[in-house]
Write a protein that binds this ligand. Structure first.
Ligand code: GDD
Length: 389
């Protein structure tokens, strides 16, 4: 993998946000120069061996999950957290059969759990992390909630890095690229607290009878604009540094993941940036080591286009509302920015009144969880947890 090094970086206290970097060649020798960095196969493998890839899934087509799993590079662990339907039409069982077959044939280590596993409910409650539970004592629905479970399982495996890829991807080999870009970004970082967020080169759509290669997803463009405005409110300087506000595809060092707070549902990705700024730039954090070491955010543009399952207008509106709500309710925001957000959401037919912009539920960092106890309880009470390999 040969990538550009960031030519421009903006600094917010101990946080560095790097400009988008491009991929110049999918494979490379080891290269170190002022402007470029090439990674040999061996260097990639070194990081892959320390990484877990979490795949959150809810009722996706088996073909898509199958492609995603087969494309994840060898070396890293895989954790699938499913919130798929059970009961008469048992989609979770189909996933389990697919995964056990995948393991039988490939021997790629893989872990599977269902989000509504009673063991997770018991374990989270007993270790005092009830923020993730609903009123019946089970883990709530939501992609973010699935990601937190994945994170804890990655920690159990002992991984130093954790990356996330969606299961509804129509181009399997793009997933292979995503994971390699995670490795590249994380290995150029100068701090143990870093994250890589991917910017898709294109998001194609069929328009009339041909493929049209759009540069931006509808939600991402708006979320990025308001995240950048949030920075401008604080600095007094306009910027367009943030290009990955809604990056579902992202990875972190475990050290950063452990001190990260998570917002529910689809606000999880923009909230990661808002949280870092609130906590480590303008806040009085208790995580002093991260301040001393510094936090780095890399944004890398993929070679592959991204084609995923289209889930309709209501889904898009929900995602936009949840994303902008994180900015609206941020303590870094001001009256003018809040008014602009209200107008934006009204213009897009998402809300009629500003009272509809509800604060997203926030789940605090997982570093407070006694992981040994969590694992013990999970082993004792789980009904769906399987580790292959
Ligand atoms: N475990 C779990 N639990 N997984 C879920 C849940 C859930 O409750 N809900 C959705 N997922 C899985 C989906 O099956 C898919 O693999 C992934 O999470 C993404 O969810 P989608 O609902 O398909 O989101 P999207 O594809 O429209 O949006 C994606 O891209 C956005 C940026 O454009 C997501 O990654 C967003 O988070 C991201 O902001």
């Amino acid at each position: 993998m040969l990538i550009e090094l960031p030519k421009h970086t903006e600094i917010f206290g101990c946080i560095k946000i790097h400009e988008v970097q491009r991929v110049l060649k999918f494979e490379s020798e080891e290269v170190h120069s002022e402007l470029l960095r090439g990674f040999s196969k061996e260097e990639m493998e070194e990081i892959l061996n320390r990484m877990t890839i979490v795949v959150p899934i809810k009722d996706e087509k088996m073909h898509l999950l199958d492609g995603v799993l087969r494309s994840i590079p060898l070396g890293c662990n895989i954790v699938v957290v499913s919130n798929s339907q059970r009961g008469e039409k048992d989609i979770f069982k189909m996933e389990r059969d697919l995964i056990s077959d995948f393991y039988r044939v490939t021997k790629h280590p893989i872990v599977l759990i269902h989000q509504k596993d009673p063991g997770l409910g018991v374990a989270f409650k007993e270790v005092g992390y009830e923020y993730i539970l609903d009123e019946t004592g089970f883990v709530r629905n939501g992609k973010a909630e699935g990601m937190i479970i994945g994170l804890l399982l990655a920690k159990r495996i002992g991984s130093d890095y954790v990356g996330f890829v969606d299961a509804d991807n129509y181009i399997p080999c793009s997933v292979n690229e995503y994971v390699r870009l995670y490795c590249a970004g994380l290995s150029i970082s100068n701090t143990p607290y870093s994250m890589v967020r991917l910017h898709w080169r294109y998001k194609p759509k069929v328009i009339e009878d041909r493929l049209y290669f759009r540069k931006w997803g509808r939600v991402s463009e708006i979320t990025n604009r308001y995240l950048n405005m949030l920075l401008a409110v604080q600095t007094g300087f306009e910027t367009n540094i943030i290009k990955t506000g809604n990056a579902g595809e992202h990875a972190m060092t475990m050290k950063l993941a452990e001190i990260m707070a998570f917002s529910t549902g689809y606000s999880i990705e923009p909230y990661q940036l808002v949280y870092l700024l609130e906590e480590f730039w303008k806040g009085e954090t208790k995580f002093k080591e991260a301040v001393t070491s510094g936090i780095e955010v890399y944004q890398i543009e993929t070679l592959n286009p991204h084609i995923h399952e289209e889930k309709g207008d209501e889904h898009i509106k929900e995602m936009l509302l949840q994303s902008l709500a994180t900015i609206y309710h941020s303590k870094l925001s001001n009256e003018k920015l809040r008014n602009d957000i209200v107008e934006e959401l009204k213009r897009n037919g998402v809300i009629k009144r500003k009272t509809e912009i509800k604060k997203n539920e926030i789940m605090p960092p997982i570093n407070s969880i006694d992981i040994k106890e969590f694992n013990k309880l999970l082993d004792e009470y789980s009904e769906t947890f399987i580790m292959y390999g």
